[in-house]
Write a new protein. Structure first.
Length: 431
């Protein structure tokens, strides 16, 4: 489609739940519960009739058995009409951004006017799975006919059959490279010479920035309180450690490459539950309903690379947007780069500042340049907030829009690495 025929697309409003750290068992909310908790107040504060929405799209990775197609379940629980089409998307860590990108393209190309696009994830509800040997044994027991066959099958019983595997553990290991996500961050730390102190210092800054944003009210209107069935109220991201310091961060041992690795529990994203929604609208819908958008979505990009270095994908996804728009690094006022691991974020910054890398991989004449840390994740990120996988891509776009508006920024880019060797990026401009 010719650019002249493309519709402008606006991020009108958005809201999310607090991100709740997974602890000793399933948390108080399922993915759909979370989506409903922030979706209700978001829709309630709109001036337009919710029935005017054309579509609901929700990113979710760990879909639970009781909520197949959580987008549809959430849409109905939000009181949207039965005729409303709703579907779920899954591209690992990019699912929440994929919902936005799909909505963006539908509206841009003229088939839709207003779309509710979000992400929801309850990692604390990740299923326990049986080992394949146990599954085979249970199958043989089920097929056994009569006491003699059952007795023969019983001989194959092993104690380990009753020790389940956490599904999340399998999900965070790449099936192609056989590396866990943390190991891929270690690969990058080695390649770009990121030391433990630098990773810990970045993590400390993430906690301090989120704590300051909470204290100064910069998340007001973005974070909606969530109310559990037992009456408990959750009103803030509870994984933040305001008193985080280098001494404390130096204590955890490397998780993935002991004893000399750089990635620890302290400088990695937290396992968390949370949901986020954004309302996207065409220029026509904005005018017809008198809406006041937060920002305009002006470009998006997806990229793929070797899964063993998946953490570099933000560099490959974000740079083409800057080039395509005829901009430079300095033209981007704010960046949201999802903090999967501190070492991974720092490796992206180092790659952009590496002239050889930029020439060979990005096709640039020289280094893109190092992004100013004062423009990056200004209110903290997944290290302090947590990383509910299907949600994070939506949250970083929503928060980028809010941060741009608060700071009077003209342009911003939200970007993330995605397990499996993918990355996504989206550019916003002020309205």
């Amino acid at each position: 489609m010719n650019d002249a025929n493309r519709n402008r697309v606006f991020l009108v409003d958005g809201a999310r739940t607090p991100f709740l750290k997974a602890r000793s068992g399933p948390g108080p909310f399922t993915p759909v519960d979370l989506a409903v908790q922030c979706g209700r107040p978001l829709l309630a504060r709109q001036s337009f009739d919710r029935n005017l929405l054309d579509l609901v799209i929700l990113g979710c990775v760990n879909v639970i058995a009781d909520e197949m197609n959580p987008a549809r379940v959430a849409a109905l629980r939000l009181g949207l009409p039965e005729r409303m089409v709703a579907f779920t998307v899954q591209i690992n860590c990019g699912s929440g951004m994929q919902s936005l990108d799909t909505a963006y393209r539908y509206i841009r190309d003229g088939s839709h006017q207003m779309v509710l696009a979000g992400g929801a994830e309850a990692l604390s509800h990740a299923p326990l799975t049986l080992r394949q040997s146990a599954v085979k044994w249970f199958g043989e027991m089920n097929a056994a006919k009569g006491p003699l066959e059952q007795a023969r099958a019983m001989k194959g019983l092993r104690p380990e059959f009753f020790k389940p595997v956490v599904g999340l553990e399998r999900g965070l290991t790449d099936p192609i490279s056989a590396l866990s996500m943390g190991q891929t961050a270690e690969v990058l730390a080695h390649r770009f010479d990121i030391d433990r102190k630098a990773a810990d210092m970045y993590a400390m800054q993430s906690h301090h920035r989120l704590a300051a944003a909470q204290k100064e009210g910069r998340l007001k209107g973005e974070v909606m309180p969530a109310f559990a069935r037992d009456g408990a109220v959750y009103d803030h991201d509870d994984g933040v450690r305001p008193d985080s310091d280098m001494e404390g961060l130096a204590k955890p041992k490397p998780v993935f490459e002991p004893p000399y690795g750089k990635v620890t529990a302290g400088n990695s994203s937290q396992i968390t539950d949370g949901a986020s929604w954004c309302i996207l609208a065409s220029e026509r819908a904005v005018e017809e309903h008198g809406l006041a958008p937060l920002a305009e979505i002006t470009d998006s990009e997806w990229a793929g690379l070797d899964p063993s270095i998946m953490g570099l994908a933000p560099v490959l996804a974000a740079t083409p947007i800057v080039q395509r728009q005829g901009l430079t690094r300095e033209d981007i006022d704010l960046w949201e780069l999802n903090e999967a691991f501190a070492a991974q974020v720092l490796s992206c910054l180092a790659a952009w500042d590496d002239a050889e890398f930029c020439r060979e991989i990005l096709g640039l004449d020289g280094a893109f340049g190092r992004i100013d840390r004062d423009r990056l994740n200004v209110d903290g990120g997944a290290i302090s907030l947590g990383h509910p996988v299907g949600t994070s891509g939506n949250r970083i776009v929503l928060h980028l829009a809010n941060a741009m508006k608060e700071r009077g920024a003209k342009r911003g880019i939200a970007t993330e690495c995605i397990g499996g060797g993918l990355g996504g990026a989206m550019m916003l401009e002020a309205v």
